[in-house]
Design a protein around this ligand. Structure first.
Ligand code: GCO
Ligand code: MG
Length: 455
C-alpha cells in the first residue's frame, strides 16, 4: 500500500485534523471526500518531500533538580513512534505553575496538530490564553516551541543550527563568572579562568549588589521584616565595584574582557554614576543597570557614557525590547530565551538586532536547563550579530540526566552534532531528583531602613 492509500485508508482526519473531513463530506459524500483527500495527500507529499505527516501526540512537563536547581523540560511526543522533541521551560522561582500550564493547557491545545507548523502553533498557542506575555505562559510555550524545533531537526536529520541558516562561527565564545569576597579573590578567579582559556570574565564581589559589604541592617535591630531578609546598601557596593575594576585591570592586564552585572539593585541615577566611574577600565559590557520597569532611563544613560550596555533577562513582552533595540539604546540584548517564549521569538529578536547593530548575549545562568543552553548555542552559531554567551560547566549529575549537554573548551561552547538540539533526557534518572522542598521564591533584600530592594 502506498502512502496515499495509507492516508486514505486510515483517514486524513487522523493525520491532518478532523475539520478537513467534515467540510468534504458536507459538500458531496464519499467520492468528493476521496478526491479531496487525494488532493491534500498530494499537497502534503510536496510540502514534506515524502516524509509522513506528523501529528503531536502529547505534550508533558517534566520537573527535575539533579543539582538542586528546579529545571522544567517539555517533552512532545509525535505520531511517529520514537520521534519526540524536548524543550526548556525552566522558571526556577515558579516551576509548578509552568508545569500546570503545559500539562493542563498546552497538551490538549497541541494534541492532534501538525508538528511541522511551528510558527503557526506558536502564534495560536500564544493567543490561546487571550492574556499573554507573562513568564509562566511564556516558559510553557517555550518548552513546546523548542521541542518542535528539536523534532524538526531530528526529522531533517540535521543539528538545529543548520535549519537556522548554518554556522557563522566554529563555536560559541563564552564568558564565565569570576566572583570573590574581595578584589584579590576575584583576581585569583580571573587568573584561573584565563588559564582555562576564557577571554571574557564577569566579575562580581560576592552576591549581586555585594550584600556582604553592607553592615547597617537597622531593620533587623527594629524587628522589621523576617530574620532571613538580607541587607544591601548602595554606597559600599558602588565604591567596592569601582575598586574591583581598578584592581583587575591593573593586575590582569588589558587583554581580558571584563563584564559586570548590576542586577538592577541600585536606583537608576546611581547606576548611571557607577557606569560612568567604570568607563576608564573599559568594560566589555555592564548588565542590567535598571529594573525592567525603568526602560526610559536608557536615554539618559546613553547621553552620559559610551560604556556598552547589556539588558533584558527579565523581559517578557516585546514592548520591553523593541524600543530599546530600534532606538539603539543598548548594545547587547540579553533575554532569557524561555522567558520570551522560545526560539521562535528569539530568532526574531536577533534579526531585529542585526539592523540596529545590537548584538546578542542570551541569558545562560545555572537556572536554564542544558536544553535551554543548547537552544542558546544553536542560535548563537547561526546568527551574524552574535555578541557573547554566558556559559556554564554542567555538573556531573546534570550531565547524566541530560546526555549530550553542550561542552566548554578554551572558553568556547560546542554543541554536539546530533540532529535537533542534540540533548536528550533520561526520564528515569530525572525522576530520582525531585524538586527541593523550598518552593524556590526569592527572600527579600532590604535597605538599612527596611525598604525592599528590586529584585
Ligand atoms: C545572570 C543572572 C542570573 C539570575 C538568575 C535568576 O546574569 O546570570 O542575573 O544569575 O539572577 O538566573 O534566577
Ligand atoms: Mg544578570
Amino acid at each position: 500500500m502506498n502512502r496515499r492509500d495509507l492516508i486514505r485508508t486510515f483517514g486524513l482526519s487522523a493525520v491532518l485534523g478532523a475539520p478537513l473531513f467534515s467540510g468534504a463530506s458536507k459538500k458531496g459524500g464519499i467520492a468528493a471526500q476521496a478526491a479531496t483527500s487525494d488532493a491534500i495527500a498530494d499537497r502534503y507529499d510536496k510540502a514534506t518531500k515524502g516524509l509522513p505527516p506528523l501529528k503531536i501526540a502529547g505534550v508533558k512537563a517534566i520537573l527535575t533538580a539533579p543539582d538542586g536547581i528546579r529545571l522544567c523540560v517539555v517533552k512532545v511526543q509525535t505520531s511517529e513512534p520514537g520521534l519526540y522533541g524536548l524543550g526548556c521551560a525552566t522558571f526556577n522561582q515558579r516551576p509548578l505553575p509552568v508545569a500546570v500550564a503545559v500539562d493542563k493547557y498546552l497538551d490538549p491545545f497541541a494534541k492532534g496538530r501538525d508538528a511541522d507548523n511551528i510558527e503557526d502553533i506558536w502564534q495560536t498557542a500564544y493567543t490561546s490564553s487571550y492574556w499573554r506575555n507573562g513568564p509562566v505562559l511564556n516558559n510553557a510555550l517555550s518548552g513546546l516551541d523548542q521541542a518542535l524545533w528539536d523534532i524538526k531537526g531530528k526529522r531533517a536529520n540535521m543539528p538545529l543550527y543548520q535549519l537556522l541558516g548554518g554556522k557563522c562561527r566554529f563555536a560559541v565564545d563564552c564568558y564565565t563568572h569570576c566572583g570573590g569576597a574581595d578584589p584579590a579573590q576575584v583576581e585569583n578567579n580571573v587568573r584561573r579562568a584565563k588559564a582555562q582559556g576564557f577571554r571574557y570574565v564577569r566579575i562580581q564581589l560576592g552576591g549581586y549588589g555585594s550584600p556582604h559589604l553592607s553592615k547597617q541592617a537597622h531593620f533587623k535591630e527594629q524587628g522589621f521584616g523576617s530574620p532571613s531578609d538580607s541587607n544591601m546598601e548602595i554606597r559600599p557596593y558602588v565604591n567596592a565595584t569601582v575598586k574591583m575594576f581598578e584592581h583587575i585591570r591593573s593586575t590582569c592586564g588589558d587583554e581580558v574582557e571584563l563584564l559586570h552585572d548590576i542586577h538592577e539593585r541600585i536606583p537608576p541615577i546611581e547606576a548611571i554614576n557607577l557606569v560612568k566611574r567604570l568607563e576608564p577600565y573599559r568594560p566589555f559590557f555592564i548588565e542590567d543597570p535598571f529594573p525592567p520597569e525603568a526602560n526610559e532611563y536608557f536615554k539618559m544613560l546613553r547621553q552620559q557614557t559610551s560604556v556598552p550596555i547589556a539588558m533584558g533577562e527579565l523581559f517578557n513582552n516585546p514592548h520591553e525590547w523593541v524600543g530599546l533595540i530600534s532606538q539603539q539604546l543598548i548594545d547587547f540584548i540579553r533575554v532569557h530565551i524561555s522567558q520570551v517564549g522560545g526560539l521562535t521569538v528569539a530568532r526574531k529578536i536577533a534579526a531585529l538586532g542585526e539592523w540596529f547593530s545590537v548584538r546578542t548575549a542570551w541569558h545562560g545562568p545555572g537556572d536554564v536547563s542544558p536544553l535551554g543552553h543548547a537552544a542558546n548555542a544553536h542560535l548563537d552559531l547561526a546568527i551574524h550579530n552574535f555578541g557573547i554567551q554566558e556559559g556554564i560547566h554542567f555538573r556531573d549529575r546534570t550531565r547524566e540526566v541530560f546526555p549530550g549537554c553542550p561542552t566548554l573548551k578554551d572558553g568556547y561552547m560546542y554543541v554536539n552534532e546530533a540532529p535537533g538540539l542534540g540533548v536528550d533526557l533520561n526520564e528515569e534518572l530525572a525522576a530520582k531528583f525531585p524538586l527541593p522542598e523550598h518552593p524556590g521564591y526569592w527572600e527579600p533584600i532590604r535597605r538599612p531602613d527596611g525598604t525592599a530592594v528590586r529584585p
